[in-house]
Design a protein around this ligand. Structure first.
Ligand SMILES: *[C@@H]1O[C@H](CO)[C@@H](O)[C@H](O)[C@H]1NC(C)=O
Ligand SMILES: *[C@@H]1O[C@H](CO)[C@@H](O)[C@H](O)[C@H]1NC(C)=O
Length: 361
């Protein structure tokens, strides 16, 4: 090969041919770049794009808001983000799994809207013991970098633990009454959230996330969950068919869902949405529970049964996968029935605490 190249370049005719090819090539490259540089349409588009993505100016005071440039790969619309799990409901609400969303894009979007998130939690009676771990882990993983109001509903404000919070986050303690039965405490949460949504939440936050207290955050839970209305799949029933869902089946309860109906079984431990939608949800559920009470019936899973009825008729805009409500205990006991679910769980974001000897009655 080397010998052939040397012979060719020694041949004067070949040498001339090489030179001409080279010059032609240079001319072609120059023409190509020159065209791009001179073409006015292309330049204008570039300037507009740069201007739009870097600054937003207020009309009168001319104060610019500097935004970081985001260099991201173009979305690949032809390759599904996950093939092992359902990522969309039949009403086109995304089901949130690791690998289906880009946290950087979402964070930027919600920062631009200056979003404040309210996290409601009930620490009543002996459930106060769970509050410290709940708050400490929320500080590590819940909506990191965004403004957060923790709304702590409690009958004993003095026992709320003191915590050093990150910037932009605050604890607001709301004193509420207690009830004798845990079922009543659980059900009256809907009433209290609805009352406070009307009184103050709508002035203070954009979204509400309503969570049980006997949980710990163990990985990122961010703005990807936010939408006008969202619910979370209950791990127990993810792998079961509709007829096995523990819906309220007695027709004289307001939570009644007839056989053959139902999309998912949602957990009562984590739901939320815009303040307005959470107000509607909690008010509707509370009123339904009051009707049940007057009719001397209590739904089989209390507020969770009513939540399931509501979300059947008001389809959520996003559905959180069991990544957002995992139970080690349940997994241990049910793993033979779970099919491929455990291998599909790439991140466990929220853990239900195990039942232990200090578990309150
Ligand atoms: C963002 O919202 C907070 C609280 O609602 C407010 O104090 C702050 O001024 C807002 N920031 C901008 C840039 O609008
Ligand atoms: C909620 O508001 C209603 C109407 O204002 C009131 O009657 C009720 O006592 C309130 N409930 C709680 C638990 O504060």
């Amino acid at each position: 090969m080397a010998k052939l190249v040397r012979t060719l370049s020694q041949n004067p005719k070949c040498y001339l041919l090489h030179r001409m090819t080279f010059i032609l090539l240079i001319a072609l490259i120059m023409a190509f770049f020159g065209y791009g540089y001179m073409n006015p349409r292309k330049q204008r588009v570039e300037i507009i794009q740069a201007g739009a993505s870097i600054t937003i100016r207020k009309r009168h005071d001319l104060q610019g808001v500097e935004l970081p440039r985001m260099v991201l790969a173009q979305p690949d619309v032809l390759t599904p983000s996950r093939k092992d799990v359902p990522v969309m409901t039949p009403w086109l609400a995304p089901i949130m799994w690791e690998g289906t969303f880009n946290t950087d894009i979402l964070n930027e979007q919600f920062h631009l809207q200056n979003t404040t998130i309210g996290l409601t939690v009930f620490a009543i009676k002996s459930y106060l013991v769970f509050l410290k771990l709940f708050l400490e882990t929320a500080e590590m993983y819940f909506m990191v970098g965004h403004r957060v109001n923790y709304y702590i509903f409690t009958d004993r404000p003095d026992y709320v633990p003191y915590l050093h919070l990150q910037k932009g986050r605050q604890i607001i303690i709301l004193k509420v009454r207690s009830y004798a039965r845990w079922q009543d405490i659980s059900m009256h949460r809907m009433e209290m959230i609805s009352n406070f949504s009307k009184q103050r939440f709508h002035q203070e936050v954009d979204y509400l996330v309503c969570a049980d207290v006997d949980l710990k955050f163990s990985d990122h839970v961010g703005v990807e969950i936010l939408s006008p209305l969202f619910g979370t799949l209950h791990l127990n029933f993810f792998f079961l068919s509709q007829e096995n869902f523990p819906y309220e089946r007695r027709p004289h309860s307001q939570a009644h869902i007839p056989e053959g109906e139902g999309d998912f079984y949602y957990t009562g431990a984590l739901f939320g949405g815009s303040v307005m939608e959470v107000y509607r949800l909690t008010k509707t559920c509370h009123q339904a529970m009051m009707v049940d009470q007057a009719n001397h019936i209590e739904a089989v899973w209390h507020d969770e049964s009513h939540l399931n009825k509501y979300l059947l008729h008001h389809k959520p805009f996003k559905v959180l996968s069991p990544e957002y409500m995992w139970s080690e205990w349940l997994y241990y006991n049910m793993k033979n029935y779970m099919g491929d679910l455990p291998s599909s769980i790439k991140r466990i974001r929220v853990n239900v605490l195990e039942k232990h000897k200090n578990w309150p009655d």
